[in-house]
Design a binder for this molecule. Structure first.
Ligand code: APR
Length: 266
């Protein structure tokens, strides 16, 4: 059987009892959210520096633009696609122990996945980062709320919502360039991957650290890798299974095929 097929992926996952899915922006493109580095990705039309922590802190205009965009997107919120639902099924069936995602869109939890480590935070929560945070380490007062709180402030005419406790700048809990990961998140992701019996990389160019080091470390520890991605990735040569396709259909086919394989092997 070709190591490039969904069948090979189903075979690998059928025996998994502690698999970890490592996902990137590519799993959400089929929900209408652009990725970053595809030929039509966000970084082909936006300057990544405008998404840096330093510029967010320094520029009220950039903050107002970011809130306007997020508020507009939430008028018709993106929904999970077949790929998200398939991973939730694989977790419910006992093949996956959880998901480590670089995505901030919250769609894995929306699809029913229960163990989701959001390495780069989430647009669904906001937090105070203080009045003059040092580069990379938000020094907020502790205020945090759902993004609905921010949308209510925007609806009330506050274009750049400020912390109701200390007047500090408010930001989603997403981790921007130049910002440190939130304390404990990388350790939580590492612990999940260290216990994995297979790591399934989906929709990521594996080009951002420290995230991309996780699948690589798993492979060094002898854990089989499977990669489902529309384009080549730097870890393709290390993968036991590589499927060069759009993730939604492949994952849905695999999740649908597994119950029959389990019965056959019982
Ligand atoms: N199915 C499978 N693969 C896809 C699909 C799809 N439907 N759509 C896109 N892809 C692939 C692209 O070919 C690309 O290789 O997903 C990958 C997405 O790569 P990136 O855009 O680099 O996204 P990601 O790897 O998540 O980026 C990591 O970079 O900019 C930062 O913080 C941002 O979390 C992000 C991090």
């Amino acid at each position: 059987m070709s190591p490039m097929s969904a069948d090979a992926l189903a075979d690998l996952l059928a025996d998994a009892r502690a698999g970890v899915a490592f996902t990137g922006a590519g799993i959400s493109t089929e929900s209408g959210i652009p990725d970053f580095r595809s030929p039509d990705g966000l970084w082909t039309r936006e300057d990544p520096r405008d998404f840096s922590f330093r510029r967010y802190v320094a520029s009220p205009a950039l903050r107002e633009q970011a809130w306007r965009r997020r508020h507009a997107l939430w008028q018709d919120p993106p929904r999970p696609n077949l790929g998200h639902f398939a991973l939730a099924d694989l977790e419910a069936e006992g093949h996956l122990a959880g998901i480590v995602t670089q995505n901030v869109d919250g769609l894995h939890a929306d699809a029913g996945s229960r163990t989701v480590v959001e390495l780069h935070g989430s647009t669904r929560r906001v937090t105070c980062i203080g009045t003059a945070p040092r580069a990379g380490t938000p020094q907020g007062c502790g205020f945090t709320a759902s993004h609905a709180w921010a949308f209510a402030r925007l609806d009330a005419g506050e274009a750049d919502p400020r912390c109701p406790s200390c007047g500090g700048i408010v930001k989603t809990t997403t981790v921007s360039f130049g910002q440190n990961l939130w304390p404990g998140v990388l350790e939580e992701a590492s612990a999940l991957v260290e216990r994995a019996d297979v790591v399934l990389v989906i929709g990521s160019s594996l080009s951002v650290e420290p995230a991309a080091s996780l699948p690589r470390r798993a492979h060094r520890a002898g854990v089989p890798l499977a990669i489902v991605n529309a384009e080549p990735t730097p870890l393709d040569d290390l993968a036991e299974v590589r499927v060069r396709a759009r993730a939604g259909g492949v994952l849905a086919d695999v999740a649908a095929a597994l119950p029959a394989r389990r019965e056959a092997s019982a």
